[in-house]
Design a protein. Structure first.
Length: 70
């Protein structure tokens, strides 16, 4: 399956749709408990990670929001 992940081409071996939870594992995304996922331009609720799936040609962004500053 060919995806665009954080603006770069990525390939995973699965042919079938893969849940966001499984995709996070397969791509070894760090700090999974803090990541926000955007799938094809839509921000997903964390509770939807198991039910939302990616398929060939999808675009996924992994975002981390950080506070701080003065």
């Amino acid at each position: 399956m060919n995806l665009t992940v954080n603006g770069k081409p990525a390939t995973i071996a699965d042919e079938n749709p893969v849940s966001i939870t499984d995709l996070l594992e397969k791509l070894q995304v760090e700090q999974r408990e803090y990541v926000t996922v955007e799938l094809n331009g839509d921000i997903l609720d964390r509770g939807d990670f198991e039910g939302a799936t990616v398929k060939d040609g999808d675009t996924v962004e992994f975002l981390y929001f950080m506070g701080g500053g003065r």
